[in-house]
Ligand binder design. Structure first.
Ligand code: NDP
Length: 606
């Protein structure tokens, strides 16, 4: 047991040895490092394409092709597309065409209808436009169906349903230089000639499968969590998976999705095998119903104030009160108390980094000790303990996950960081042992860092027929994350080269206001095209590179995952092609300041 010179007064012992822990983290990371990085995954195309079929609508939908003009086409009907639609309606844009692959609005909440789906970000800050729509969520953390209903509510409120084509996949978007319009084509043969295009495809929308030998050979029933097959399992998003009572089920993956659906499958299946490569950190969920007295106390502007408060706290800033006060802000609370409530946060960067590391160790020790409270078997408990820094991977929060591994019908198959070895027609092989299964569920996540055109499933051809893939082949290039030179009147949403916060809808809300402003200005000034200048784009890319590099050391020491380009940070486009390394609040302020001077600096209008 060690003491440490960075301990605040009154702390004589940490209860763990920081050096030993650092070494343990390194060993655990090294176990998982692999040379193929992101290439370990297979893209879902060809024979695997069935994994993308929509299980929530009747198959075989057809309709007449559209041939129309629109002021703005929005690709995607998730929160980013919906907020874009809302802000454009507010700006007075009547002529909209929204195109959505799913059968309704919802985006990630449409596709991820798996049992137990719930948002880890507090509902009062995650669900956008609560005050505008006069809606208060039922609980502190909303489940999927309530969130999906809120998406529908936004669609109705801003009259977006009448302008939306569902079950429609864009196949190509092409710039017509003479007409100064985009031509959007779809699988239904639609031709939409739009003056502006907003691509709101979502950051985690295209499911991926592990490139394990035999991944397509399983002869039982298989699906990805983002296409949950209730026809097979029975039940619904609340559970009751009665058709699994006589089934041996395997789940590959133990990320945020698996953590939520495993308790339901564990309850229902004859036997559940969970194939784990890296354990997630599981903190307390502590959900609670909304207090009507609290609702009565809310003053106008409360939601934005709460959003800002959370955003500042999770990016390391100081606030007098912690309004959300949950697992996300907990690590910052630890840090503040160790650093004396912010008084000496301005010590040297090295001292500050050491304090943050110590606070992180403490938080993760608490997470690891929590495993022992639920799981008595020391071998299983040890396998479930995460040995990495908290924000190396997405932190998870659940009150029923760990205890699932105490059930006699649930087996944790710990692959010791190696992952599943092989899939056979009968089941899954780990360390030479075959686990026979009736059903195999892939909780293996979504493409990150692959070509934009692959994730979106369509190519964008800009001026001179240049494709976005070729423009970004050596690295993503944008101005403010929303626009790329050579692609006039085209805007991107969803975190590319932007400030990042765990509360994604905060980003979408800011981005949608930013893009709506640019479009409204272009319309007002009678510009036929608006395009970022070469120098503005180059400056922004430099800003992203300069600010992102400060994070590199942290990422290098992390266990592999999509946050750090599967253990190879800086080597590929990674998470969003680089993100703004300052705080999200700083990034939003840059955008607000830019808008407030009204010069549209960095854009060329014609
Ligand atoms: P993730 O990418 O987070 O998880 C994929 C899982 O599959 C990991 O556990 C990974 O292991 C595992 N895996 C991949 N390949 C293999 C293999 N060959 N053998 C064994 N295991 C393998 O995807 P999720 O769908 O869980 O989550 C994606 C994101 O969606 C989250 O990070 C979060 O941002 C969001 N989300 C948010 C939720 C919320 O708010 N509550 C809920 C669900 C998702 P390894 O870790 O070793 O790579």
């Amino acid at each position: 047991m060690a003491t440490d010179s960075t301990l605040p007064p009154g702390h004589t012992s940490l209860g763990f040895d920081p050096d030993a822990l650092r070494e343990k983290y390194r060993r655990e990371r090294d176990k998982r490092l692999r040379t193929d990085g992101n290439e370990q995954y297979v893209r879902i195309t060809g024979d695997l394409a069935g994994f993308l079929d929509d299980p929530y609508v009747a198959p075989g939908f057809t309709r007449e092709a559209l041939d129309e003009e629109a002021e703005v086409a929005i690709i995607g009907g998730g929160f980013s597309g919906l907020l874009m639609g809302a802000r454009l309606r507010e700006a007075g844009v009547e002529s909209l065409r929204m195109i959505e692959a799913g059968g309704d609005f919802g985006g990630t909440w449409y596709w991820n209808q798996y049992p137990g789906a719930q948002c880890d970000i507090e509902s009062y800050i995650y669900l956008p436009l609560l005050e505008e729509l006069d809606y208060i969520p039922k609980e502190k953390y909303s489940f999927g169906p309530e969130i999906q209903k809120h998406c529908q509510r936004i669609g109705r409120h801003f009259d977006l349903y009448s302008s939306t084509s569902f079950q429609t996949r864009v196949t190509e978007i092409r710039w017509d230089e003479d007409a100064k319009r985009w031509c959007v084509s779809t699988q239904h043969g639609d031709t939409i000639r739009a003056r502006f295009v907003c691509s709101a495809i979502g950051p985690l929308s295209r499911p991926k499968l592990p490139g394990i030998p035999g991944v397509d050979s399983f002869e039982g029933h298989a699906f990805h969590t983002s296409r949950w097959d209730y026809n097979y399992t029975g039940g619904n998003s609340e559970g009751e998976l009665t058709e699994l009572h006589s089934k041996r089920v395997g789940i590959i993956g133990t990320g945020a999705t698996a953590v939520q659906c495993i308790p339901h499958v564990g309850q229902a299946a004859e036997h559940l095998y969970v194939f784990q490569r890296t354990p997630s950190s599981i903190d307390e969920r502590g959900n609670s119903p909304t207090d009507p007295e609290w609702v009565k106390s809310l003053e106008p502007g409360w939601q934005q104030q709460r959003i800002n408060n959370f955003s500042i706290l999770v990016s390391g800033g100081f606030q007098e009160v912690d309004l959300v006060s949950d697992g996300w802000t907990d690590i910052i609370r630890n840090l503040s108390s160790m650093a004396g409530k912010g008084e000496d946060l301005a010590s040297t960067p090295e001292q500050l980094a050491a304090k943050i590391e110590l606070a992180d160790f403490q938080k993760m020790e608490q997470i690891r000790n929590r495993v022992d409270e639920y799981v008595r078997d020391p071998v299983i408990a040890e396998a479930l303990k995460p040995y990495y820094r908290q924000f190396c991977k997405r932190p998870c929060f659940h009150d029923g996950y760990l205890s699932t591994f105490v059930r006699p019908n649930v087996t944790l198959v710990d692959t010791q960081g190696k992952g599943v070895e092989r899939i056979t027609p009968r089941g899954v092989v780990v360390d030479g042992q075959e686990y026979e299964l009736d059903c195999l569920i892939f909780a293996t996540g979504f493409e990150v860092g692959t070509d934009y055109a692959h994730r979106s499933d369509f190519e964008i051809f800009g001026r001179n027929q240049q494709s976005l893939t070729s423009k970004w082949k050596d690295g993503v290039e944008t101005f403010q994350g929303v626009s790329s030179r050579g692609f006039p009147n085209c805007f991107f949403m969803g975190g590319i080269q932007s400030g990042i916060t765990p509360n994604f809808t905060e980003l979408y809300n800011e981005q949608s206001q930013h893009i709506a402003y640019i479009i409204a200005q272009a319309i007002e000034r009678g510009a036929r095209s608006v395009e970022t200048s070469e120098s503005a784009e180059a400056d922004w890319v430099r800003t992203i590179q300069a600010t992102a590099s400060s994070n590199q050391d942290f990422q290098l020491n992390c266990t592999p995952g999509y946050y750090n380009n599967e253990g190879r940070p800086g080597e590929g486009p990674g998470w969003f092609g680089g993100t703004y390394g300052g705080s999200a609040q700083e990034f939003f302020q840059i955008m607000r300041d830019w808008r407030s001077d009204g010069k549209l600096e960095g854009f060329e209008m014609s």
